[in-house]
Design a binder for this molecule. Structure first.
Ligand code: NI
Length: 178
């Protein structure tokens, strides 16, 4: 277990399509240690999700865990720990919903992003079992944000109205109640 250094915007690893993870390696010591590193690094930085490229590893592995008491996302409902390998995402409802997103790889900023409100994600879980989950509301946005990291995208690519790209202090002052 270790807290890893976060890669930040500008690091090319965040712009690559990550390599598919070898499914037969799920459950190995290397896999467990990668998951532990992701959990530790996410928790240390107050995140609610993190993807392997954010610790410099270009593999299609991401985790999501919304704690009940997130300081960065106080209105978000608690979630289980999702371990997501080689995901495929399918939009089930094109209707858009908007949230103010932040990212551990883009520190200090928040931006308003609109994404489809309902998606289906097919992925391998920590038992190498093919799994399917349908997501709505904020969790649908969190999944889309994290899975974007596996395909070279950052949320700021999706901020349509740059007047809604904000420093965190100004976000709290002017936007957090909107
Ligand atoms: Ni992010």
């Amino acid at each position: 277990m270790a807290i890893k250094e976060l890669t930040r915007m500008g690091n090319p690893v965040l712009r690559e399509v990550a390599q598919e993870y070898d499914i037969s390696a799920i459950g190995s010591e290397a896999f467990s240690s990668l998951i532990d590193d992701l959990v530790d690094t996410m928790n240390e930085n107050g995140g609610i999700g993190i993807a392997a490229p954010q610790i410099g590893i270009s593999s299609q592995v991401a985790i999501i865990k919304i704690p009940g008491d997130s300081e960065r996302y106080p209105n978000a409902a608690e979630s289980e720990l999702f371990i997501i390998v080689n995901p495929i995402i399918e939009v089930l409802d094109q209707e858009l919903q908007g949230f103010w997103e932040g990212c551990l790889s883009v520190p200090g900023l928040r931006g308003f992003v609109q994404r489809p409100r309902k998606v289906k994600v097919t992925y391998y879980n920590q038992d190498a079992k093919k799994s399917e989950i349908v997501l709505e509301d904020f969790l649908a946005t969190v999944f889309q944000h994290e899975l974007d990291h596996l395909f070279g995208k950052l949320y700021i690519d999706r901020v349509k109205d740059l007047s809604k790209l904000s420093y965190e202090d100004e976000y709290v002052q002017f936007w957090s109640n909107t």
